[in-house]
Ligand binder design. Structure first.
Ligand code: F6P
Length: 323
């Protein structure tokens, strides 16, 4: 283990439930080893401006159950320029920061890669409700977002059933359909539209609703990933082509809030602890990954080049369950 005296931790990009639990894990692991931990506020902006707050074991009391991030988060265009990266590296030098844990998604990891190239040791911790980071099977926040969406859709189902309506529900996920697919299986949707799978609107939506009606199905739930396109158009097409009374619900940022589930708290705690130990081992430009029920770390460049597919078997599950 190398002699690390001070580390930084920041959250960047879209927030995710469990980020606070990860901050707590980093601060507590650092405290356990006698390392000073600085919380860098507002993502890479805070690194550029030296906006930091010292975190000890007690200053992260009570945050494990809180959504959002106590360090605030931001997307920082300046950190995409050589000048911004240099300012960030200079701040680290000035504050004596030996290594930084960056919590977020691929954009956050690109910042960590650039900072590592300037000589600051970095490690990324995956956190996004989209679960679209290719190098890891799991990202902090995904389970909570699934459950938040599910809770809302269960409520929607009650009123859709009473009125014998169709409900189109747009869920987040950026350009990926992981959240939509999980939610669709868990809520028993009749169709799921995701960017990774080309769909035939007539066959996959209209015919399903027609067949469902013939089979005495009273109401329908269609889950649409935001990456698929305009959910207003899809809703209108359903009304035009089936005649069924249809309502659109866009769940939006509600999915990013709320108290993290046990799974997110545990994963965040494990990821955060692992990240500090990786820095202590003298590694840099790494990202923490969940794989085969274990945790490992890989090179950030390698991680950023990977592709993540939607699991084919899960897509099939959603199809079979929707008859
Ligand atoms: O990446 C997380 C995410 O919530 C995506 O699902 C969504 O497309 C995007 O962020 C929304 O970003 P913003 O908070 O800037 O509206």
């Amino acid at each position: 283990m190398s002699e690390i005296k001070t580390i930084g931790v920041l959250t960047s990009g879209g927030d995710a439930p469990g980020m606070n639990a990860a901050i707590r894990a980093v601060a507590r692991t650092a405290a356990y080893h006698g390392i000073t931990c600085l919380g860098i506020r507002r993502g890479y902006n805070g690194l550029i401006n030296g906006d930091v707050v010292e975190l000890n074991a007690r200053s992260v009391n009570g945050i494990i159950s809180k959504g959002g991030t106590m360090l605030f988060t931001a997307r920082c265009p300046e950190f995409m320029t050589p000048e911004g990266i240099k300012k960030g590296a200079d701040t680290c030098k000035y504050l004596g920061i030996d290594g930084i844990v960056t919590i977020g998604g691929d954009g956050t990891f690109r910042g960590a890669r650039d900072l590592a190239a300037s000589g600051v040791h970095t490690i990324g911790v995956p956190a996004t409700i989209d679960n679209d980071i290719s190098s890891t099977e799991y990202s902090i926040g995904f389970d909570t977002a699934c459950n938040t969406a599910l809770d809302a859709i269960d409520k929607l189902r009650d009123t859709m059933q009473s009125h014998e309506r169709c409900s189109v529900v747009e869920v987040m996920g950026h350009n990926a359909g992981h959240l939509a697919l999980h939610v669709a299986i868990a809520c028993g949707a009749q169709a799921v539209l995701v960017p990774e799978k080309p769909f035939d609107f007539q066959r996959d939506v209209v015919e399903k609703i027609r067949a469902g009606r013939i089979n005495k199905r009273s109401h329908f739930i269609i889950i649409q990933a935001e990456g698929v396109g305009n959910s207003v158009d899809i809703t209108n097409r359903i009304i035009e082509e089936t005649g069924i009374d249809t309502r659109l619900t866009i769940l939006g940022h509600i999915q990013r809030g709320g108290s993290p589930t046990a799974r997110d708290r545990v994963m965040a705690s494990r990821f955060g602890e692992y990240a500090v130990h990786t820095l202590m081992a003298g590694k840099t430009n790494r990202v923490v990954c969940a794989r085969d029920n274990d945790i490992c770390d890989i090179d950030i460049n390698e991680a950023l080049e990977m592709k993540k597919d939607l699991p084919e078997n899960m897509y099939m599950t959603s199809k079979i369950m929707s008859i």
